[in-house]
Design a protein around this ligand. Structure first.
Ligand code: SF4
Length: 188
C-alpha cells in the first residue's frame, strides 16, 4: 500500500499526540508515585576517588543526599561508574563515618575527640617544627656553594579529589615550605 504525503502527516500527528498524552500521564505517575527522586535537588559533580574523574549526578532532599549515580552527559564516563564510584552514596550516608577529629597521642592506645581548631593549630605547629628542623639553605656541588632552600623533612601528596584551584594552592603551599617531594596520588 502506498503512503501519500497527506496520510503520512496524519499518521505522524497521531503518533506525536499519543507520545504527548503518554508523556503527560508518565509525568503524573511520577508526581503521584512517591518515588525517591520526587522533590529532589539535582547537582553534578566529580567522583573524588581517582584520576579518571567520572561525572556524577547527586540528588539531595532537605540537605541530605538521597541518590548518587553516573552522569550520562559526562564525556569521561557517559553514565557508568566503577564499583567504588557506585558505592559513593555509602560514604555520605554511613553511621560509621567519622565527623569529628580523633586524636591518638604518641604511645597511647586511646582516641580522644578534639575540635577542628585544635587540629588545625596542631598541624600548623608540627609543620613549622618539621620544616625548621629539616630546612637546607645551601649545598656544595663540585666545590661550589649553591642556595637551595630545600625542606627535606616533608612530602606533600595531592589527590584526584582536588580541583584546579585547590591543586594550585597545594602546590604553592608546598613550594613555599621548600618541599621538593611533591607528588600526586594518581602517579603512584
Ligand atoms: S567512578 Fe571509579 S573510575 Fe570513576 S573516578 Fe570514581 S573511582 Fe575512578
Amino acid at each position: 500500500m502506498g503512503i501519500s504525503r497527506r496520510n503520512f502527516l496524519k499518521g505522524s500527528g497521531l503518533a506525536a499526540g499519543a507520545v504527548a498524552v503518554s508523556g503527560t500521564k508518565a509525568q503524573a505517575d511520577v508526581e503521584g508515585s512517591g518515588l525517591r527522586t520526587k522533590g529532589v535537588t539535582t547537582t553534578t559533580t566529580i567522583c573524588p576517588y581517582c584520576a579518571v574523574g567520572c561525572g556524577l549526578i547527586v540528588q539531595t532532599k532537605k540537605g541530605k543526599i538521597v541518590n548518587i549515580e553516573g552522569d550520562p552527559d559526562h564525556p569521561i564516563n557517559e553514565g557508568s561508574l566503577c564499583s567504588k564510584g557506585s558505592a559513593l552514596f555509602q560514604v555520605a550516608n554511613n553511621e560509621r563515618r567519622l565527623t569529628k577529629v580523633q586524636y591518638r597521642a604518641p604511645g597511647s592506645d586511646k582516641w580522644q575527640e578534639k575540635s577542628w581548631d585544635w587540629a588545625i593549630d596542631r598541624i600548623a605547629k608540627r609543620i613549622k617544627e618539621s620544616r625548621d628542623a629539616n630546612f637546607v639553605k645551601s649545598e656544595t656541588i663540585d666545590g661550589k656553594r649553591y642556595t637551595v632552600n630545600r625542606n627535606e623533612g616533608m612530602a606533600f601528596l595531592g589527590g584526584a579529589a582536588l580541583d584546579n584551584e585547590e591543586c594550585y594552592l597545594w602546590g604553592k603551599m608546598a613550594r613555599g615550605l621548600g618541599v621538593s617531594y611533591l607528588e600526586h596520588q594518581a602517579r603512584i
